[in-house]
Design a binder for this molecule. Structure first.
Ligand SMILES: NC(=O)c1ccc[n+]([C@@H]2O[C@H](COP(=O)([O-])OP(=O)(O)OC[C@H]3O[C@@H](n4cnc5c(N)ncnc54)[C@H](O)[C@@H]3O)[C@@H](O)[C@H]2O)c1
Length: 254
């Protein structure tokens, strides 16, 4: 009863956090998982453990911000049924704390990286009769969160990019959706707490946990389950939308 039998999936940023959980679950459900990640040292053990557990996976060391690198990877894979645009980086700061370098760094990965993967994969999906795309947006795309100037804009772009692709490629049997998690406990969160709030790690962790009305951060595995549903044939009627997974953050924070 595996949900992704015979499907070929690309997961960008599959070496850590949410992408790792998605890669593991998709492999468990029968997909051949191609992890595309900048950090090969971190991603290789994820691939090794999927294979050790009887799954199918391969690592492609690649910077999603580089169009030619992404193109080569996708060409080497051949058929692609599922693309999860998950690779992303953070930046904490308001407009005045966002230098042109910060802006470019965030946009090159979060926006151009997703575009590069879509640009390479969509023609392959068209030629193969369709596919499912899932893009990692964030509650920051639709809620005003302090000190997330560049990051929020990048996730707003993902929200719109996802919808645009859904519209333009519906006739090609390609579905495209995004998901918007609130805080998920991953190295991404630990990293930005350590960098931006040194000495106040425990206090910030508590504060960020409580910012979800449900009182905690999500687990990466919880995000992976929604990703699995949206990328499986069970979600065949779902396209062009964003799905918050947020412990009540958007609607119940009052
Ligand atoms: N963790 C959260 O609270 C949260 C909330 C909402 C949305 N998101 C989004 O979910 C996605 C995953 O977040 P996470 O928390 O799992 O992050 P993470 O830092 O744990 O993992 C990100 C992965 O992306 C890879 N990566 C980074 N830059 C890359 C590049 N240029 N090319 C290829 N790979 C690259 C990293 O090596 C890493 O494996 C991101 O897009 C993030 O914005 C996270």
């Amino acid at each position: 009863m595996s949900k992704l039998n015979n499907k070929v999936a690309i997961i960008t940023g599959g070496g850590s956090g949410i992408g790792k959980a998605i890669s593991e679950l998709f492999a468990q459900e029968g997909a051949y998982v191609h992890i595309v990640d900048l950090n090969a040292e971190m991603a290789q053990p994820v691939v090794d453990s999927i294979i050790a557990g009887g799954g199918q996976a391969k690592l492609h060391a690649c910077n999603v911000a580089e169009q030619m690198e992404v193109k080569r990877v996708v060409e080497s894979i051949g058929r692609v049924d599922i693309l999860v645009n998950n690779a992303g980086i953070a930046h904490v700061g308001n407009l005045e704390k966002c230098s042109i370098d910060d802006f470019d760094r965030v946009f090159n990965v979060n926006v151009k990286g997703a575009y590069n993967a879509l640009y390479a994969v969509v023609p392959v999906m068209k030629a193969n009769g369709g596919g499912a795309i899932l893009n990692l947006a964030s509650i920051a795309a639709v809620v005003g969160i302090s000190d997330r100037f560049a990051y929020s804009m990048s996730k707003g772009a993902i929200y719109a990019m996802s919808m645009s692709v859904a519209r333009d490629y519906m006739a090609d049997n390609i579905r495209s959706n995004s998901i918007s998690p609130a805080r998920v406990h991953t190295p991404f969160v630990d990293g930005f707490i350590a960098k931006n709030y040194p000495g106040q790690e425990a206090e910030m962790f508590e504060k960020l946990s409580k910012s979800q009305p449900i009182g905690r951060m999500a687990k990466p595995e919880e995000i992976a389950k929604l990703a699995l549903f949206l990328c499986s044939d069970d979600a065949g009627f779902m396209t062009g939308n964003d799905y918050p997974i947020d412990g009540g953050f958007i609607k119940l924070n009052n």
